[in-house]
Design a protein around this ligand. Structure first.
Ligand code: SF4
Length: 348
């Protein structure tokens, strides 16, 4: 790691300009913080975290849709992290404490098991990026129990990147792309950012060497005057991705424009269940009214953190009112959240 760090220092001296690299993956942020990778880099190389935590990116409105159903007596099944994400009027955990039937599951198959065992209506809140969307699609296409339906909070990474690049707010120079997402969608959806916006990119794996090698590859692209998508994670990622998983997603979902936590509506950024499967779409099945929830919790700067323009240390509530035992905002709830990771591993 030290040798690589020295090579990176040499490269940045060749380039003689600062480089801001964004990653969009909670696992990358975890690797970076756990291994002190930022401290191994010259100060001209900055790595910022973008919207890489799928639970954090779910806006209050979608939590409130689940709360609406929970209050009507529907059984809600979702991942443990999702339970504590705040909606406008509390979290699913609060609803559970007040008597609602809210259950933690480790995947959609657990929700199917619950639905088979009980007569009540069960709704699985399906959060996650392109990595987990195929499992939801697979279950819907297989034909789940009649009393099981889904709230799709599945989100797509490339539209969020396009939004951030076009907004110019974060002024990023290069991208470390998420290896897990790329195993499904391949590397092609990222090409446009190099071709149109001249941004060097590397699809990266998740150990510390993967990240450092990716930084080195990005700096080499700058030195060579290139801007392309390179694949550092060849052991898992193919250019075309997982075509079967893509076909499954295309069969079950259409893509719509929707708000993310910390973002306004991002064009073509969320998977929604197609009309032909509407009996499994909880939004249709229960005619959930539009939720008018504010996106931000008072004092919480999750939005700017998810957009890569702030760090947890800049939040007045960090480590005081807000901590993993008592999270105020979504970025402290999830183990993939930037605030939660910063709390566990110290400052950057
Ligand atoms: Fe929000 Fe807590 Fe992070 Fe502050 S420390 S931005 S309150 S999640």
């Amino acid at each position: 790691m030290k040798n690589l760090s020295k090579e990176i220092i040499k490269r940045i001296e060749d380039i003689s300009r600062p480089v801001k690299i964004m990653h969009v993956c909670g696992s990358h942020e975890h690797t970076i913080m756990q291994n002190g990778i930022r401290s191994l880099l010259p100060e001209e190389v900055q790595i910022v975290a973008g919207p890489g935590c799928p639970v954090c990116c779910v806006p209050s409105k979608e939590v409130d849709e689940c709360l609406y159903l929970a209050k009507k007596g529907v059984t809600i099944a979702t991942f443990g992290d999702m339970l504590r994400v705040p909606g406008a009027n509390g979290s699913l955990q609060d609803a559970k404490a007040e008597g609602a039937d809210v259950r933690i599951v480790y995947g959609v198959s657990n929700a199917v098991e619950i639905a088979k065992k009980i007569d009540n209506e069960v709704v699985f809140m399906a959060a996650g990026f392109e990595t987990t969307a195929p499992t939801t699609a697979s279950e819907i296409i297989t034909g789940p129990p009649e009393n099981l339906s889904f709230i799709s909070s599945h989100r797509l990474i490339p539209p969020a990147l396009k939004f951030l690049i076009k907004s110019g707010e974060v002024n990023l120079d290069a991208l470390i792309e998420p290896g897990h997402v790329a195993t499904i969608i391949g590397t092609k959806p990222f090409n446009v950012f190099s071709e149109k916006y001249n941004i060097p990119q590397v699809v990266a794996g998740f150990n510390p060497l993967d990240v450092l090698i990716s930084v080195y590859m990005i700096l080499k692209q700058f030195k060579d005057g290139k801007a392309e998508v390179q694949n550092e994670y060849k052991r898992a990622v193919r250019t075309e991705g997982n075509v079967k998983a893509q076909e499954l997603m295309n069969e079950v979902f259409y893509i719509k424009s929707k708000e993310w936590r910390g973002f306004p509506e991002i064009p073509d950024s969320v998977y929604e269940i197609k009309d032909e499967f509407s009996q499994f779409n909880a939004r249709v099945k229960f005619d959930i009214p539009p939720q008018k929830s504010p996106n931000a919790v008072k004092g919480c700067i999750c939005g700017p953190i998810l957009r890569g323009i702030a760090r947890p240390e800049e939040c007045k509530l960090f480590r005081t009112e807000c901590n993993p035992m008592n999270p105020v905002g979504a970025c402290m709830v999830s183990k993939e959240g930037t605030c939660n990771i910063a709390h566990r591993y110290g400052s950057m």
